[in-house]
Ligand binder design. Structure first.
Ligand code: HEM
Length: 380
């Protein structure tokens, strides 16, 4: 059991503990501070001239935010364990979850190296990651902190958890759910958002003008969010059209149910297609077109239609929604404030080719980041 594919009392408790961190009072401000610290660290690395794969640059910073939520500390630069985690994540980026070889490897773990020698050994990766997390939760771990705002301390201080569990398996697995779910989905939404803007330089200019008008050169804060409707609407439109999680997790109906013409007997597995929901032309005219303005009303206020559900709905709603929305806003606004992103070859932006990893991810692509200061000087 655990959070992502768990059920019953173990899932309920694991979810309660995880969401007590991500949804607690003050969590938005805490996430803002974490992302601000990472943005300060990231900016110098973005200034290097030449083509760059933005995902490679931002991965360590996203890892650091998630790791801080889990155990209360970020990694120092060049930490060997961080390098190890980055390698694991890069290898997992190569795993296509819809391919037959991956499915075979998951179904027959012992034979997987013979059946599919080219696939990364997912079971070995999983047990390796479990030992990394066990290192974090050891009572004498140098990085262990018992501040009540980390996921580790929330688990270890929960009497309910101790009553239900005699070992740390559930806690370790929930930490891994949060780690992989958090890192890969955050990366994916940023990769999509940046590529949409590389394809639409006019929109990029309008976003930069909005940021310039509202915050100028000072650091962005969360309070700026409602004064930056085009920024916010672009994030919403990315979550709609990117459909990073194309469906909900599998759910099971707890009683006989009727939805429209469909009778769903108790015990049926049900998966909601968020992809279809977000591309329904009844709710989103010209659904394939990236159009942030569709989320801004006549008064310039951002709207979220009922049929916009990128994080799911109900008792299994994503527990990372607040964190990711704060992070993407801080990251995106800071990048647009400081850089213009262009294709490496003029007029030939990378294509939107995607594959199913843990979530839907774009194929790695390269872009150029032009510092806005130099851009402004050139036009003077
Ligand atoms: C843009 C980013 C993200 C998207 C689009 C997303 C989307 C989703 C969706 C659709 C679900 C399933 C809801 C359902 O089955 O009804 C889900 C569940 C979940 N997400 Fe996210 N997520 C994102 C970011 C994150 C982050 C940053 C974390 C953690 C740090 C996270 C942790 C989880 C967990 C633990 C669950 C399982 C909840 C449960 O079953 O009780 N997600 N997410």
């Amino acid at each position: 059991m655990r959070i992502l594919f768990g059920s019953g009392s173990h899932w309920k408790l694991n979810r309660k503990l995880a969401s007590s961190i991500t949804w607690r009072e003050g969590s938005q401000k805490a996430f803002e501070a974490m992302f601000r610290r990472e943005m300060d660290a990231i900016l110098p690395n973005l200034s290097k001239p030449g083509p760059m794969c933005l995902s490679d640059v931002i991965r360590p910073y996203i890892v650091n935010v998630i790791v801080t939520v889990l155990r209360g500390h970020r990694y120092p630069d060049d930490d060997p364990e961080m390098q190890h985690l980055l390698k694991v994540l890069t290898r997992l980026d190569d795993v296509d979850l819809s391919s037959m070889s991956t499915l075979l490897a998951l179904a027959f773990p012992r034979a997987s190296s013979k059946l599919c020698p080219s696939s990364p050994n997912l079971h070995a990766i999983s047990s390796d990651m479990q030992s990394v997390v066990r290192g974090w939760i050891k009572p004498d771990a140098p990085t262990r902190t018992d501040k009540d705002s980390t996921l580790i301390s929330t688990f270890t201080q929960s009497e309910e958890y101790k009553d239900q569990n005699t070992d740390d398996k559930e806690m370790v697995q929930s930490m891994l759910d949060m780690f992989f779910g958090g890192v890969t989905s955050s990366m994916s939404v940023i990769e999509y958002l940046v590529l949409f803007l590389v394809h639409d330089p006019k929109l990029q200019t309008r976003i930069q003008e909005e940021i310039h008008r509202v915050i100028g050169k000072r650091q962005v804060t969360l309070e700026d969010r409602e004064k930056l409707p085009l920024v916010e609407a672009s994030i919403i439109e990315t979550l709609r059209i990117g459909s990073i999680t194309t469906s909900s997790l599998p759910h099971v109906s707890v009683e006989d149910t009727q939805i429209g013409d469909y009778h769903i007997p108790k015990g049926t597995s049900v998966v909601a297609s968020l992809y279809s929901l977000h591309r329904d032309p009844k709710h989103f005219p010209e659904p394939e077109v990236f159009k942030p303005e569709r989320h801004i009303d006549a008064n310039g206020v951002v709207t979220r239609p009922k049929s916009f559900l990128p994080f799911g709905v109900g008792p299994r709603l994503c527990v990372g929604d607040t964190m990711v929305r704060v992070g993407v806003f801080m990251f995106f606004t800071t990048i647009m404030q400081n850089y213009t992103i262009t294709p490496v070859e003029v007029g030939s932006p990378p294509p939107f080719s995607s594959r199913l990893r843990i979530v839907r991810r774009l194929e790695p692509y390269q872009v150029l980041l032009v510092p806005r200061d130099s851009e402004l000087k050139d036009t003077n």
